[in-house]
Ligand binder design. Structure first.
Ligand code: NAD
Ligand code: TYD
Length: 342
C-alpha cells in the first residue's frame, strides 16, 4: 500500500481528489487532514471507502498536530488546504496569510523531518495576475508571478516557500497552477454554485461590473487527474499550468445557468465591481499535455449540466449551508450591492 497525506480533503477540490484516488488507485491509502473551517464539510466525504481513508481534524499551522498526524513512510503530501475565496481576502487578509503561507511552511518542514518523498502544492493561475481583454496572451509556466488580490498574493508566497524548501533543503516539490474549477460540492460563495443556488430559489444573480471578465473553467475531476499525473510524472521543482482551453465571460456563464435551470435572464443584476477585479485568466496547458500526457475529458457543456444536476439533486447540502453562517456573509457581501443594482 502507498500512503499519501492530503490536506483540505473536506473541501471542494480536495474531496473530489480523495474520491478519484480511491476509485482509480486500489493500492493507495489516504490520511485526510482538514481543519473543517466554514468551507470544510464532512458531508463532502460521505460514502468514501473508510478502509483506505482516515480523516484527522487539524490545522496545517499546528506543527505538533501535523507531525502527529503524518504517518511514517508517507509517499507524498498534497496540499489543498487553503483559504480560497478572493472576496473574503479583500475584506480581511490575515487568515489567508496564516493558512496559505505559514501552513505551507509547516507542511514542508514536516515533509522534510519525516522523509516524505514528494510534496505537491496545489496552486492557482491567479498567482500570475491578469491578462488583457481580447489578446492572444496566455499564462505559461514562465509568466511572471504578479498576484493582484490578497488571496493570490498568499498563494504566490506559498509557491515561494515551496521553492525555497527545494532549493535550500532539497525537498522534492511539484506545483500545479489550475484555472477556475467547477463541479459538485463547491461552496456556494463561488460564482457557479452561487448562481445555481440563487436561480433555483428565484433570487437575483449578482454579476460584478460589466460581467465581461473572463475565467478559464475546468471540471474539477479533470483538475484532479492532472494533479495525480503531476505527482507521478512531474519533474521535481517544476510548475504545471492546468487548463481546459475554456475561456468564458461571466455574463455568458450566468445566462447558461439560467437557461439550464429554466429561469429568466431578468434575474441578472449588474452590481458594484469587486475591488482589483482581474480581467482575464487564460491558461496555456501545453506543458502538462506534453510532459504529463494529460488532457481534459469533460466538455464545458457536459460538466455544467452535470454540476447543475448535482445541485438540483442535493438541495439539502446547499440549504444546510445557505441557512447557516453563510446568510450573514451573503448579506454583508451583497446586501448594499443589490440595493444599488441596475
Ligand atoms: P475550499 O475552500 O473548498 O476548501 C479548502 C479546504 O481547506 C476546506 O476543507 C477547509 O476546511 C480546509 N482548510 C482551510 N484552512 C485550513 C487550515 N488552516 N488547516 C487545515 N485545513 C484547512 O477550496 P477549494 O476550492 O477546494 O481549493 C482547494 C485548493 O485548490 C486551494 O489550495 C486553492 O487555492 C486551490 N485552487 C482552487 C481553485 C478553484 O477554482 N476553486 C483553482 C485553482 C486552485
Ligand atoms: P469566483 O468564483 O469568486 O472565482 P475567482 O475570483 O477566483 O476567479 O469568481 C469568478 C468570477 O465571477 C470573477 O470574475 C468574479 C465573478 N463573480 C461575480 O460576478 N459575482 C459573484 O457573486 C461572484 C462570487 C463572482
Amino acid at each position: 500500500m502507498k500512503r499519501i497525506f492530503i490536506t483540505g480533503g473536506a473541501g471542494f477540490i480536495g474531496s473530489a481528489f480523495v474520491r478519484l484516488v480511491l476509485d482509480e488507485h486500489a493500492d493507495v491509502e489516504i490520511v485526510d487532514y482538514d481543519a473543517l473551517t466554514y468551507a470544510g464539510n464532512m458531508a463532502n466525504l460521505a460514502g468514501v471507502d473508510a478502509e483506505r481513508h482516515r480523516f484527522v481534524k487539524g490545522d496545517i499551522c499546528d506543527r505538533e498536530a501535523v507531525m502527529n498526524a503524518l504517518p511514517e513512510g508517507t509517499d507524498a503530501i498534497f496540499n489543498f488546504a487553503a483559504e480560497s475565496h478572493v472576496d473574503r481576502s479583500i475584506n480581511s487578509a490575515d487568515e489567508f496569510l496564516r493558512t496559505n503561507i505559514i501552513g505551507t511552511q509547516v507542511l514542508l518542514d514536516a515533509a522534510r523531518e519525516k522523509g516524505v518523498r514528494r510534496f505537491v502544492q496545489i496552486s492557482t493561475d491567479e498567482v500570475m495576475g491578469s491578462l488583457p481583454d481580447d489578446s492572444d496572451e496566455y499564462f505559461t509556466e514562465s509568466s511572471p508571478l504578479q498576484p493582484n488580490s490578497p488571496y493570490a498574493a498568499s498563494k504566490a508566497a506559498a509557491e515561494f516557500v515551496v521553492r525555497a524548501a527545494r532549493e535550500t533543503h532539497g525537498v522534492d516539490t511539484v506545483v500545479t497552477r489550475c484555472g477556475n474549477n467547477y463541479g459538485p460540492r463547491q461552496f456556494p460563495e463561488k460564482l457557479i454554485p452561487l448562481m445555481i443556488a440563487n436561480a433555483m430559489n428565484d433570487e437575483p444573480l449578482p454579476v460584478y461590473g460589466d460581467g465581461r471578465n473572463v475565467r478559464d473553467w475546468i471540471y474539477v475531476d479533470d483538475h484532479c487527474r492532472a494533479i495525480w499525473l503531476a505527482y507521478e510524472k512531474g519533474r521535481s521543482g517544476e510548475a504545471y499550468n492546468i487548463g481546459a482551453r475554456n475561456e468564458q465571460e461571466n455574463i455568458n456563464v450566468v445566462k447558461a445557468i439560467l437557461d439550464a435551470v429554466g429561469k429568466p435572464h431578468e434575474l441578472i443584476k449588474l452590481v458594484t465591481d469587486r475591488k482589483g477585479h482581474d480581467r482575464r485568466y487564460a491558461i496555456d496547458p501545453a506543458k502538462a499535455e506534453t510532459e504529463l500526457g494529460w488532457k481534459p475529458q469533460v466538455t464545458w457543456e457536459e460538466g455544467l449540466a452535470a454540476t447543475i444536476d448535482w445541485y438540483r439533486a442535493n438541495q439539502d447540502w446547499v440549504n444546510h449551508i445557505r441557512n447557516g453562517e453563510y446568510r450573514n456573509y451573503y448579506d454583508a457581501m451583497y446586501g448594499a450591492r443589490l440595493e444599488k443594482a441596475v
